[in-house]
Structures are given as C-alpha cells and as structure tokens.
Design a protein around this ligand. Structure first.
Ligand code: IMP
Length: 427
C-alpha cells in the first residue's frame, strides 16, 4: 500500500488543497483526519473555483473514496451546505464516507468559542476562526462530546444534547448569553443527521481493509505544523494535531501505514490570527505579496500577515513530521522583488538558536538571522520544468532544499492544476 501525508509546514494556508487535489489523481482514498471547517482549501480547474472546508479535495476525482476521519470535528449544517454547493457546481455522485467516531459541532460550541475569546485580554486572544473547533475538542476530552454515530441516532442525540445544554445553559446564563432550547436544536439538526446518515461508517475498518488490499491512501492535513496543539506555537494554535503523527490516531490505521510525508510551504510565510511570527514585516513589499498572492483567509476573509521564508520553522516541521519531500507553493508571487530574504536561524538573548522555543514569551524575543538572495523579474507562470526557471529562482529553490535537507518534490507557479511542476513522484 501507499500512505502519503500532505502536511502544512507553516501556519496553514500553504496550498495543501492544490497539492492534495493534484496527488488525488492517483490515490484510491483521500482522507481528512483532523480539524473541521476552520480549514479552507481553494481548488481551481476548468475556470471553476471551489472553496472546500470539510470535504476532502479528492471529491472531484470520480473513482476516489473521500473519508472524514475520526479525528475530525464536523459541523453538520456546514457539511450539508458544502454538499449542496458541490451539487450546484460539478459533483453529483458523492464518494464520501464519514467516521462514526468523529465529533459534532453544535451551535453552542460556536458561542463558546466567541465567549472564551471575548473574556481574554486583547494580547491573549488566539484569533480563532470562531467555528467552534476548540470547544468541540474540549467536549471530546471532557468526555461529553457527541459523536457522529450518536448524532444519527435520534434517541442518543437528544439525550446527550439534553445533558450538555443542562450544563452549558447555566454557563450562558452566568455570562448573559442566550440560552438554547433542546427542542429547537434537535428539530433543526435531526434533519441534517438524516442527510449525512447514508455516508456514516466505521472508517477505521474501511481504511484498514483498503490497506490490506494494497490501496493508495492520501491523507490531507488541515492547518499546519506550527498550529499543532502539541508542537505548534502554543497557545496560539488550533486544538488538533495537523502533523503526520496525527494520522494514525485520527484514522484508526497503524503508524506503519505512512510511507511518505509531503511538507507544503509557501515560498514566503503567512499567518492568520494572533501569535508570534518572527519573520513578519509590514511595508510595500508585504502589500505587494498580499495582493498578488491573494493572501486573505478562505474561511474568514481576514488579511493574512506576511513574512519572509523561515527555515527554522521548516526544519521544525521536518523533525516533527519526518518530511520526505517538500512542495514550494506560490513561487510566482515573488516575481518582481529585487531581493528575497530567508531566515536561517534565530537570535535569542544574543545566542543563535535553531529551534522554536516552547514558551511564547521566549519566542517573542527571537529575532531573525537573514540571508539575502537576488530576486527575478521574468514571468514564471508558464514554466513547466525546473530548467525553464530563471537562474535566481533556481538558486532560491536550491537554497531552500539545502537549508531544510528535504528534497524538492513539487513547485507551483500559479493557482491552476496545470501550473504545478513535479520533480519527485510520491503517489
Ligand atoms: P481555530 O482552529 O478556529 O480554533 O483557530 C486557532 C488558530 O488557528 C487561529 O490562529 C486561526 O487563525 C488558526 N487557523 C485555524 N484554521 C486555520 C487554517 O485553515 N488556516 C490558517 N489558520 C488557521
């Protein structure tokens, strides 16, 4: 079998959706394993553009099975809306399977997400997507979460909903928020449950069977390594494990099921939401990158913060994920810049370091050590091989390869499927 993981090496939005869609062509199954509709993947082909938040990007490939794994948190309303959006677009037959162990996001999780942020001082706000992700994972860890398998059983769903609202309504009352009626949520959400029920299965069993039958499985990470609950820039992180290590836990497959790990990075860095970001800068060049890279959140529309490429971040991602290949995305966005900076290390209290400090208080004190490289002016959007790139773009990619010690597997020179150059085949 083949098990290829696509992981974000930075703070999300690296272009994982495009690479997943690209690799999905050869995959038998495409699996989302963590997160929920906080993610946003834009897929563009045949002059059509689709923004996916929950459904794997492989949904456009007719023969592939698309799986929502047990590690996900699923907003049933958002899922039904996404299915309807796809129906209006290009897809009619859904080859989709949803884990009966994934957790359900309900309206009160979204209110809680906002409330916890509201109660924090400005400098301590995480800047979440306010989709209820954190509170749903909190319920999971507190063992009061509602799983998909329970959600599609009306008796179980109502019983758990009653227990949870009994608890959360007391909290809402305390904070002067609207209390929820069990009946209201139940009546609305049982209709969503009916719509998703045909897709619900034990996906762990299904995936293990696929593995035994020597199938090719593609795991689509959402967010990125620096947003990982354990290995990211805590507490400014998401509530799941978007790393390769998250795959076995969140799918029911064993760790040996992973054969390759493709790390996705932009040719620069972006971050949306709060939290430290060592190579961030805000000037005319940042504005130019934001505009030509269309750096606005797919999920929230927020302008993304811009920074130079940070190879301390990439080496951290290499260690955590065991990267076997690197995809460098949005290389074309850097065209026209006179010079490019690459961060090769940090200075912390006058010491040069090559790691991300665990405490955010130390991370805030880190300053970047830069190397400067010449830029290029040639249009590279029609380039179809590494050889066709201008000398300085080649040099930039080579330097990334040297500084990370990871083979360059793909580089991307535009949003379309065709603007993808493959140097190392993984699938
Ligand atoms: P949450 O996942 O909504 O709880 O948000 C936690 C942090 O992760 C915030 O800084 C978000 O902006 C960030 N985040 C969550 N999902 C994504 C994503 O898909 N791309 C980029 N940032 C994300």
């Amino acid at each position: 079998m083949k098990g290829v993981v696509v992981v974000g090496t930075q703070w999300g939005d690296e272009g994982k959706g495009k690479i997943t869609d690209f690799l999905a062509e050869k995959a038998d199954l495409i699996v989302r394993f963590q997160g929920g509709n906080n993610a946003g993947h834009t897929i563009q082909f045949n002059n059509k553009k689709f923004a996916l938040h929950l459904i794997p990007s492989g949904i456009f490939r007719k023969d592939a099975v698309n799986v929502l794994g047990n590690g996900m948190v699923i907003n049933p309303k958002a899922l039904v809306e996404e299915l309807e959006m796809l129906q209006e677009g290009a897809v009619n037959d859904f080859n989709l399977v949803i884990s009966n162990r994934a957790h359900i996001i309900l309206p009160y999780h979204i209110v809680l997400d906002g409330l916890f942020e509201e109660l924090k001082e400005d400098s301590k706000k995480v800047g979440t997507t306010k989709k209820g992700i954190g509170p749903t994972y909190t319920d999971k860890a507190s063992r009061i979460g509602i799983r998909v398998g329970e959600f599609i059983d009306e008796t179980l769903f109502k019983d758990k909903l009653k227990d949870n609202l009994n608890y959360y309504n007391k909290l809402f009352k305390l904070f002067g928020k609207k209390e929820y009626s069990v009946e209201e949520i139940f009546e609305e959400y049982k209709e969503f449950a009916k719509k998703i029920k045909p897709f619900v299965k034990d996906t762990g069993l299904l995936l293990n069977k696929a593995k035994d039958n020597n199938k090719k499985i593609l795991f689509e990470g959402a967010q990125g390594t620096q947003l990982c609950l354990d290995h990211g820039t805590y507490p400014f992180v998401t509530s799941s494990s978007p790393t390769a290590a998250g795959v076995p836990l969140n799918t029911g497959l064993s760790p040996q099921s992973i054969t390759d790990v493709m790390g996705i990075t932009k040719a620069y860095t972006t971050r949306v939401g709060s939290g430290n970001f060592v190579t961030e800068f805000e000037d005319e060049t940042a504005t130019k990158i934001r505009t030509s890279g269309n750096e606005f959140g797919t999920t929230t529309g927020r302008p993304r913060r811009i920074g130079w490429l940070d190879t301390v971040v990439l080496r951290h991602a290499k260690r955590v994920n065991g990267l076997t290949g690197l995809s460098v995305m949005l290389l074309d966005v850097l065209t026209g810049l006179e010079e490019l900076k690459i961060c090769i290390a940090y200075k912390l209290d006058n010491k040069t370091i090559d790691y991300i400090p665990a405490n955010i208080s130390d991370y805030k004190k880190c300053v970047p050590v830069y190397e400067t490289m010449p830029g290029w002016n040639e249009d590279i959007t029609n380039v179809t091989s590494y050889e066709e790139l201008p000398k300085n773009a080649k040099q930039y990619l080579k330097r990334i390869e040297q500084l990370t010690g990871v083979d360059l597997a793909i580089f991307s020179v535009g949003p379309d499927r065709t603007q993808t150059v493959v140097l190392k085949n993984m699938m």
